[in-house]
Design a protein around this ligand. Sequence first.
Ligand SMILES: Cc1cc2nc3c(=O)[nH]c(=O)nc-3n(C[C@H](O)[C@H](O)[C@H](O)COP(=O)(O)OP(=O)(O)OC[C@H]3O[C@@H](n4cnc5c(N)ncnc54)[C@H](O)[C@@H]3O)c2cc1C
Length: 483
Amino acid sequence: MAARSGRQFLDRLSAARVHVEIQGETLTGRVNEHPAFRNVIRSYADLYDMQHDPAHRDVLTYPSPSTGQPVATSFLTPRTPEDLDQRQRAFKLWADRSFGMLGRTPDYLNSALMALAAAAGWFAQADPSFGRNIENYYERVREDDLLCTHTLIPPQANRAVSGSRQAGGTLMAHITKEDDNGIVINGARMLATIGPFADELLVFPSTVLRNTPEDRQYSFACAVPNDTPGLRYLAREPLDYGRPRHDHPLGSRFEEPDAVVVFDDVHVPYERCFVLGDPELCNGFYTRTSAAAHMTHQVIARTTAKTEYILGLVSLLTEAIGIEQFQHVQADVAEVITTLELLRAFSRAAQADAEPNDFGVLTPAWAPLNAARNLYPRLYQRFPEILRKLGASGLMATPTLADVTGPAAADIETYLQAAALGGAERVALFRLVWDTCISAFSGRQALYEYYFFGDPVRMAGAYVSSYDREPYKAAVRAFLERP
Ligand SMILES: Cc1cc2nc3c(=O)[nH]c(=O)nc-3n(C[C@H](O)[C@H](O)[C@H](O)COP(=O)(O)OP(=O)(O)OC[C@H]3O[C@@H](n4cnc5c(N)ncnc54)[C@H](O)[C@@H]3O)c2cc1C
């Protein structure tokens, strides 16, 4: 197969028997028909369709190295600046489609798999079969254009101890058995966004593991089909309320479900294992392979798209109600512009300073990407705050479509008009602002931006300890010693 269409994505999903627990209901397939998932699944299908759109296919696909058929650009192993540029343009094109609200578009984990497979030699140091496994797996996902989700962190029972020490070590997903064919996993991982409708689950390492014998059974990386027996998802309450697009413009399109992942005697064949019983390799998984850099390259394109959306939205809001001329309003809009330009600068710097890694993969420079990764979780939190502050009571004057088209239509047209908009238009705009800064959907977006890449507090700690500050300390010391 090659790059999938939306129809092909939906057909595969209809046949999958994914086990999802949601609001007291047990699903064992047909998740694409469930009201909690069907709208966002349609948005994903739309992304797959874009790969076949003559206007986009040259950016979104490239010829498969094994078949020559078009496959998704996010699998392209970059060797030249043009390759990196095509990857960036493909990321941005998809991100623009959802204004960056879809965090788990396939390109996020495709980028990780591309980097991991290119670093097959690094996996092979433990056992040559692991190197082959990651290469074969990447090729399979690329050729079948599968949608992956991933799950990393242990359940949040007691963060005062390591995952392997929670509840006697039983909670965190771990290897309970090995047989001639593979491993058996039991326990849980905290979360997998889009888990209910992905094709594949990547069970990858996360928090730094101590290199002790006790940590070995928690130290692995593997991949399982999403409908593997014994695998089940505990989905949170959906934030898509099945309302008309007018009322819930973002939530009715882009509500990505999050779910706890439970492993109940899940058997994983060896050919789907990439690291086994090796805390040291787990700890180097993302950095030594450059997977973190390629994932962040995708993320920065998405967050740029999101920030462009916020700038457009806040500008329409301030124009609509005639508040553009106030200086504090301008200061807030300037803050959004500054964030946008920062992201663009980081992205350009990362590409301009790209260098081949140990495996010959042209890798965007980590320093600007790492700066973006550390900044955006905090900067994004200001956007809903700014929108709430500038929207004020207008965010509560937000009748529904039934009102706009019903008996209240005349009142709405008269009393909800804005300086630059008629009443119905103003309501449509303010509902979009509401869904960006007040709705449950928007709250989850803010939480996502803060945490999806890890805890910003601990990321900052790692940032500080890995940053070479010696030259700057030396310069200050030299100044202090100047006569
Ligand atoms: C919307 C959303 C989607 C997500 N999607 C996925 C996904 O698809 N796959 C996936 O694997 N993960 C996913 N995550 C999880 C994400 O990786 C974690 O939220 C993140 O790593 C932080 O871990 P935690 O949530 O367990 O927080 P915790 O570790 O429980 O932290 C809770 C609080 O305690 C503090 N704290 C805890 N331990 C320490 C410590 N040792 N030192 C300092 N402070 C500490 C933290 O700073 C934080 O304030 C998602 C999270 C969210 C919110």
